[in-house]
Design a protein around this ligand. Structure first.
Ligand code: HEM
Length: 413
């Protein structure tokens, strides 16, 4: 998705189609969200076929929708691709469960993903990142977006307990879930692609658990931890383990690569920001926050209204689906002055909501933040400059903002 918007233009918000995939590959969603924040902070759209949803685009409203499960439940599904079909994993999958059960399961799963727990992986993660950057050192064209898809597997594969031989397949399957219409990942139709990927990923984790139980071995990985975790005095069921393992794999694979590519793209477009970060490494943690805000890799998440709810100057009827546009909240001028300016020293960049807000705040955020910090430390130490070597190609998705190709050339420092 285009991350630097063109000039504001007149947009007919009554006819705009927020699920039009062309908007995210060839269009300019930020100009649409600018208009929505200004003129229709609660927006209603009916899709051909009758499915309907409401949208909130302002920072404050996005935080309220994501953060308050009493008003907005996760238990009927949270991914807009599944709009209108109640989630079969409701109450079993962490992401589709409300507190208090959500709190119990999250506590059990989260122990291995806290900032303190992931800090012990720092050196291994640095090694993986150095290996990732190595091919760019020879000065040839390097397709950052394509290669970055493998980055989370290289970083988190060992931490999750996934052997290297399986990485490429899992990366492909998780990409199929998030962008089933993209030509790089589509198998036949969108529905078929989703069905295959869902089935294969669940089978993978189920088989992994079966083998681990049979062998009695343990490697201290996150998946191992899931097998032994107890939530509210009872172990997780095999179904919960499979679903949550799936969800962690998905969360890890589909977001970090696009944050990396989008932030590098912004640094190439703004060489003065690149130079500034290179001159002062202490700016890197803030560069990471600004990169997260700028790229907002998870464009949105969905909830369903529990009751008639007033928000954004209108009412969402009980049981109505509401999409919280994170990509828009992170460019809300009331929170972020000059929101479409990429500024690695921005005050308050840490208020970004790229990881969501409230009880479902990304459980992988400490890992993602640490990986991104190390990535930019190593990048800035190695390269004196980066340049584009071709046009970017955008991911065909309204759920994940990303690129499938970003050819660059890097010069050694
Ligand atoms: C830049 C990287 C990442 C971004 C932008 C991101 C974004 C998000 C967002 C917006 C949510 C909230 C979903 C909601 O409100 O329904 C979320 C939840 C989640 N993320 Fe991430 N994520 C990232 C990295 C990761 C990583 C590395 C992992 C795994 C190790 C992960 C696993 C999860 C899981 C399991 C949840 C569900 C948490 C819950 O329901 O309590 N994510 N993520």
């Amino acid at each position: 998705m285009r991350l630097t918007p063109g000039p504001d233009r007149d947009i007919d918000l009554d006819t705009v189609n927020l699920f039009d995939l062309d908007l995210y590959t060839a269009g300019d969603p930020h100009t649409v969200w600018n208009a929505m924040r200004a003129k229709a902070p609660l927006h209603h759209q009916v899709l051909p076929g009758g499915r309907e949803f409401w949208s909130v685009t302002r920072y404050e409203d996005v935080c309220r929708v994501l953060g308050d499960h009493r008003e907005f439940t996760s238990e009927r599904g949270t991914v807009p691709t599944h709009l209108g079909t109640d989630d079969v994993a409701a109450g079993k999958l962490l992401t589709s469960t409300d507190p208090p059960r959500h709190t119990q399961v999250r506590r059990a799963i989260g122990a291995k993903l806290t900032a303190r727990a992931v800090a012990t992986w720092q050196d291994r993660i640095r090694q993986a990142i150095v290996g990732f950057l190595e091919p760019a050192l020879d000065g040839e064209v390097f397709d950052l977006a394509e290669r970055a898809l493998l980055l989370p597997a290289m970083i988190t594969g060992p931490l999750l307990g996934i052997p290297e031989k399986d990485w490429a397949e899992l990366v492909q399957l998780t990409a199929m879930v998030t962008a089933p219409s993209d030509r790089h990942f589509c198998h036949g139709s969108e529905d078929a692609t989703l069905a295959i990927a869902h089935h294969e990923l669940l089978s993978y984790v189920t088989e992994w658990v079966k083998q681990r139980r049979a062998s009695g071995e343990a490697d201290g990985s996150v998946l191992d931890h899931l097998v032994n975790a107890t939530a509210g005095d009872a172990p997780l069921t095999d179904e919960e383990i499979a679903l949550d393992g799936y969800s962690i794999l998905l969360g890890a694979n589909v977001t970090t690569p696009h944050t990396v590519s989008g932030t590098v793209q912004a640094l190439i477009e703004h060489p003065e920001q690149f130079a500034r970060a290179q001159a002062d490494e202490s700016l890197i943690p803030n560069l990471v926050e600004e990169g997260l805000r700028w790229t907002s890799a998870a464009t949105n998440f969905m909830r369903y209204a529990v009751d008639d709810i007033e928000i954004g100057g209108g009412t969402i009827p009980a049981r109505g689906a509401v999409v919280a546009w994170i990509g828009s909240a992170n460019r809300d001028e009331l929170q972020f002055p000059d929101p479409h300016v990429f500024d690695i020293a921005r005050n308050g960049a840490k208020r970004q909501v790229a990881f969501g807000f409230g009880p479902h705040f990304c459980i992988g955020a400490p890992l993602a933040r640490m990986s991104l910090r190390i990535y930019f430390e190593e990048l800035l130490r190695r390269f004196s400059s980066l340049e584009f070597a071709g046009e970017p190609e955008h991911l065909r998705s309204f759920f994940i903002a990303g690129m499938t190709h970003l050819p660059i050339v890097a010069r050694k420092r």
